[in-house]
Ligand binder design. Structure first.
Ligand code: 5AD
Ligand code: SF4
Length: 445
């Protein structure tokens, strides 16, 4: 290890994929001797890991970037780098080149492993370094990750997406679907288990199509069985699942594998068949609801969460009511709700009949008024039950209060000592709210 005593900070926007990429960049930087800091003013290297999935994520990056101008002026030796999904788009790189000339290094989602080389090539007096790959040729294995927690870890099982939902920029920023070899995944998780990690979250834009790009054609369900056998790992989570690819084989695997947690994040996006078709989702409302029925019949205590887009181009009041109907029938535990955001370069951006913002906001309010009581009712069912919790951290406002998650991914607050962090405990639920639960520790494992 080179001890250069330099400090770095990484600011991350977007999904778990980005969060985990930042963990890998931290791993790379610390192997070069860099030390983490939370304070931009004392950093020698600032990296922005950006997101392009919605307009507000993009604007936040520009806002934060603008604030760095004065820092760079005061300390010209400060290195400012930007990477992530935004940088995969040429029109955005052009904006950075034009308006944010103080940026030193631009790289993309496919070549974070080149960070040491980019830093070595950087020279304060030369021009901005731009190195973005259009698509990853192969998966780069062996990048060290410095993970945020020591007991739960993200593990990539695949990269990219082939679905081209008409609103979504991800296939253009993360490239085509590529699955990691099962032995690489299993070895990584075995290594994590040896280090004491208890929970893994398997990451992919659409984990249900895992394996399709592999010679072995091992399915996601088969991968779950392999991981379930790894000693030391106690919980397996995964996200995201595309409804069109969620097979009976997978439902059975979730049921059979004792370590696979009872939670599926299953975005439905919209309830109207007409809108689903325009979105290129490849399922109907009926197929989605049948899938939900099938899952709940086989795994009664499953928790279901979803993503919903409000105000997709052409969405009528009637279409919107179909979305509300799905919420009522599927009885989601919780949902992420998004106002449709135009993403240049996607088919939906050119669709006529874009929906005015005030209508989107009005529909969001109507939707939340239906969704929130359903989430609360689901939580209410857990009153007085005993839940297995992996303790994660102390509350920001009260250090005697701990928080952790049930196997069904519900956040629970309870009193306890900080040495329980990273341990699995049993908590009796004594109070339920819309988004969180409260309880008392009964037992330490
Ligand atoms: N506008 C709004 N929401 C979007 N999502 C993806 N693209 C857009 C967009 N253009 C949402 C989808 C997806 C989640 C990660 O982000 O609901 O499931
Ligand atoms: Fe985007 Fe659809 Fe791929 Fe998800 S499945 S990343 S929404 S294109």
């Amino acid at each position: 290890m080179v001890d250069n005593n330099k400090k770095y900070i990484i600011l991350t926007w977007g999904c778990q994929m980005n969060e985990h990429d930042s963990e890998k960049m931290s791993g790379i930087l610390e192997s070069l001797g860099y030390i983490n800091t939370d304070i931009k003013e004392e950093a020698d290297l600032i990296i922005f890991n950006t997101c392009l999935v919605r307009e507000n994520a993009e604007f936040k990056v520009y806002g934060n970037l603008g604030e760095l101008k004065s820092l760079k002026k005061e300390r010209p030796e400060l290195i400012i780098a930007i990477c992530g999904c935004m940088m995969q788009r040429k029109e955005i790189r052009d904006i950075i080149k034009d308006k944010y000339k103080f940026v030193d290094i631009i790289f993309g989602t496919h070549n974070i492993h080149k960070l040491p080389e980019l830093l070595a090539n950087y020279n304060q007096h030369t021009r901005m370094i731009i190195d973005v790959w259009e698509d990853g040729v192969e998966i780069i294995e062996g990048i060290p990750a410095k993970r945020k927690y020591s007991f739960k870890a993200f593990v990539n099982i695949m990269y990219g997406c082939n679905n081209f939902c008409s609103y979504c920029i991800v296939p253009y920023t993360r490239g085509r679907e590529k699955s990691r070899a099962p032995e690489d995944i299993v070895n990584e998780i075995k290594g994590l288990a040896k280090e004491g990690f208890k929970e893994v979250t398997l990451l992919g834009q659409n984990v249900n199509s895992y394996g399709k790009s592999l010679d072995s054609k091992l399915s996601f369900a088969e991968l779950l069985y392999l991981i379930n056998d790894i000693e030391g790992i106690e919980r397996i989570r995964f996200m995201t699942s595309h409804p069109k690819d969620l097979s009976d084989e997978l439902i059975n695997a979730i049921k059979d594998c004792s370590k696979v947690c009872e939670h599926i994040h299953l975005p439905f996006q919209a309830g109207s068949d007409r809108i689903l078709k325009l979105m290129n989702r490849k399922y109907t409302k009926e197929q989605y609801l049948n899938l939900v029925k099938n899952i709940k019949a086989k795994i009664p205590n499953i928790s279901l969460t979803t993503d919903i887009i409000i105000g997709f181009p052409g969405e009528t009041e009637e279409d919107f009511l179909e979305t509300i109907d799905v919420i009522k029938k599927a009885e989601f535990d919780s949902a992420f709700t998004f106002l449709y955001s135009i993403r240049k370069g996607t088919p939906a951006a050119n669709m006529k009949e874009q929906i005015p913002d005030e209508i989107k906001h009005k529909r969001l309010k109507v939707l939340l008024d239906v969704l929130n009581p359903i989430s609360h009712d689901n939580n209410l069912k857990l009153m007085n039950t005993y839940q297995e919790i992996l303790v994660e951290e102390t509350s920001k406002t009260d250090s005697t209060v701990l928080s952790g998650r049930t196997r069904t991914n519900k956040l629970v607050h309870f009193k306890g000592n900080t040495d329980l962090i990273g341990k699995i405990v049993t908590v009796k639920i004594t109070n339920t709210k819309t988004w969180t639960l409260e309880g008392n520790i009964i037992d330490e494992k």
